[in-house]
Design a protein around this ligand. Structure first.
Ligand SMILES: Cc1cc2nc3c(=O)[nH]c(=O)nc-3n(C[C@H](O)[C@H](O)[C@H](O)COP(=O)(O)OP(=O)(O)OC[C@H]3O[C@@H](n4cnc5c(N)ncnc54)[C@H](O)[C@@H]3O)c2cc1C
Length: 320
């Protein structure tokens, strides 16, 4: 029979939200146990920042910091106050408690009085040749214009934005501050973005649209040089010289294993019943970071909500 380990507080995830929650919880002597996640092609312990090079917008780092160094330091800071952790996935949960029950990919069964979910989200990629290599090497391919768009490499370049929803049009408008031209590449002949955003984008002289078009390859050795394109209607192929590409086709929150256990939005993000609170629909279960936030999606907001979740869990544990 599997031995069941009882914990006071389990934190699921290991991005900025999870480690911030762990720093607060361990300093408050809640003895948190972090289940970090394991290594997958599109997600690793440390979270989304492990896939980016330079982080320039996190306060406290005047010279910037690499995503990996930053996440190593987040973890070190949490371990310093006694946080324990394991690199496994949570595969299944039963939140009918407390105690709540969790099952991990390592075969462990655990119980917890409180749980903080900080499992983040995965940016969707095009999955075409060249894209992953140049995204991981910092070669001008990214899934976050607000994060990376202001980097010097993108200044005065032709920048491609792939997508047709609100995020894509927001990214396109944002990139007109830096780029010489922004080319929105969209697979359909009309945008899904709100009418007002569309109108602003159509009026912007720096933005050009390529309709019914898909990217089939990203070309460049060290840095992106051009895109191979295909028109979906005519089948015609072409090339576009660019100095950067931002993929803005959405995110998938890592919440599949929670279905039926906490309320989720139709989009899969965790539903939080009260604004400015991280409590979920299950008592003693909190959510922080990109798994519940489809709007801000930044490291500093993830860390902020990690702090909120730890403070709420602490109150729950002392009064519950
Ligand atoms: C290319 C790129 C560049 C970016 N650059 C910046 C930037 O410069 N500045 C900025 O502020 N933001 C940036 N962001 C956004 C930022 O990375 C995210 O907003 C932030 O990482 C969200 O933190 P999080 O803690 O919510 O989750 P994530 O960082 O997504 O981490 C989630 C964690 O949960 C774990 N996990 C998932 N499922 C399970 C499970 N079932 N069991 C256990 N663990 C699980 C994963 O292993 C991962 O460690 C960037 C994002 C991308 C994609």
């Amino acid at each position: 029979m599997t031995e069941i380990t009882r914990e006071k507080l389990i934190i699921i995830g290991s991005g900025p939200a999870a480690w911030t929650a762990a720093i607060y919880a361990s300093r408050a002597q809640l003895d948190p146990f972090v289940i970090e996640g394991s290594f997958h092609r599109t997600m690793v312990p440390g979270g989304q920042l492990m896939f980016t090079t330079e982080v320039e917008n996190y306060p406290g780092f005047p010279d910037g910091v690499t995503g990996q160094a930053m996440m190593e330091d987040f973890k070190k800071q949490a371990l310093r106050f006694g946080t324990r952790s394991v690199m496994e996935d949570v595969e299944r949960v039963d939140f009918s408690g407390p105690p709540h029950r969790l099952w991990t990919s390592g075969g462990a069964e655990l119980e917890a009085d409180a749980v903080i979910i900080a499992t983040g989200a995965n940016a969707r990629w095009l999955e075409v040749p060249g894209e992953e290599r140049l995204a991981q090497s910092g070669g001008g391919v990214s899934a976050c214009a607000v994060c990376d768009g202001a980097l010097p490499a993108f200044r005065d370049q032709v920048i491609a934005i792939v997508g047709g929803g609100d995020s894509a049009i927001e990214d396109a408008t944002y990139m007109t501050k830096f780029a010489s031209e922004v080319v929105v590449i969209h697979r359909r002949d009309e945008l899904r973005a709100s009418k007002i955003m569309q109108e602003r984008a159509f009026e912007n002289p720096k933005i050009r649209f390529l309709w019914n078009t898909v990217v089939t390859e990203v070309i460049g050795d060290e840095v992106i040089e051009k895109l191979k394109l295909e028109n979906r209607e005519t089948g015609e192929t072409s090339e576009l010289e660019v100095g950067g590409m931002f993929v803005a086709i959405g995110h998938t929150p890592n919440t599949g294993f929670l279905r039926g256990q906490v309320d989720l939005e139709p989009s899969g993000y965790i539903h939080l019943p009260s604004s400015w609170r991280t409590a979920t629909s299950a008592p003693g279960v909190y959510a922080a970071g990109d798994c519940m936030d489809d709007y801000y999606r930044q490291a500093v907001t993830a860390a902020g909500t990690g702090c909120m979740a730890a403070l709420e869990a602490e109150r729950w544990l002392s009064h519950g």
